[in-house]
Ligand binder design. Sequence first.
Ligand code: CP
Ligand code: NVA
Length: 306
Amino acid sequence: MHFLDLKDFNKSQLRTILKAARTRKQARARLAQGELDADQPLKGKIIALVFERPSTRTRFSFEVGIRQLGGDVFTASGTEMQLGRGETVADTARVLSRYVDAVMIRSKKRETLQEFASAATIPVINGLTNMTHPCQVMADVMTLEEKNGTLDHNKVAWVGDGNNVCASWIEAIGILGGEMNIGCPDSLVPAAEFMTWAKAQNAKVQVMRDVEAAVAGANCVITDAWVSMHDEDIENRHNLLRPYQVNEALMKGAAKNALFMHCLPAHRNEEVTDGVMDGPYSVVFDEAENRVHAQKAILLSCFGKL
Ligand code: CP
Ligand code: NVA
């Protein structure tokens, strides 16, 4: 089974993945990073990671996670493949399906991921597109729940660009519950399809321009880069988003002890100040660690092993 977007799953499926992620994390608490999980459930499986965009976390967390599960992995960038010279996405997917047992792809465009998944005969995992980043948000929900209890008892505030990570967060709230305020400028609201979907789920997701109102009472404040990898209007975005910086003053308006989350990479003192990034309620490095645990569970779900 593919893992393309959170909205393709129901609550019990996402809960199963989150539970497995937590159990596996706990089970290897005393193991060194390179030691394998005792059961090695991906023994004999080989997985390809394909990147059309740069990556630190997604790449290494998948590589480490796959090895811990007893599987094998290799990584290539789109430009070093014939894909970069015009071989079709579908043909690439058909060929890789003859070599490996699953593919994670980070594609520039959502359509590439969709085309790849339609032609592949093996599970395909979304490692970020211009539209969504579901693996990230599974790790984010896992992190929030470790500290604050289940998502349905939380109110999160998304501050800044209504981008790909924000879109997957909307889907998480729509399926798992909870409340989400999105504080963003009018021209950077989330794509209409995500808000329409959220409305159809009766999800408690609201967009507001006033950033203070968005964070009021939130027990988790989340932001992301002002300029994502697919964005080009750099100066315009900086101008629009400057009032949406997450700083100590903004955090004061959130609930007491509110967490701060960021998928990273962070642009320190742009979308978030050092004081918040390095402050007592920042869980950004737990989030980064949890990419490994969450993705191991995602992989097991794709292979029907949960
Ligand atoms: N958060 C995240 O996906 O980071 P990378 O771009 O480093 O993979
Ligand atoms: N929104 C960011 C996330 C990076 C992990 C981007 O797409 O560049």
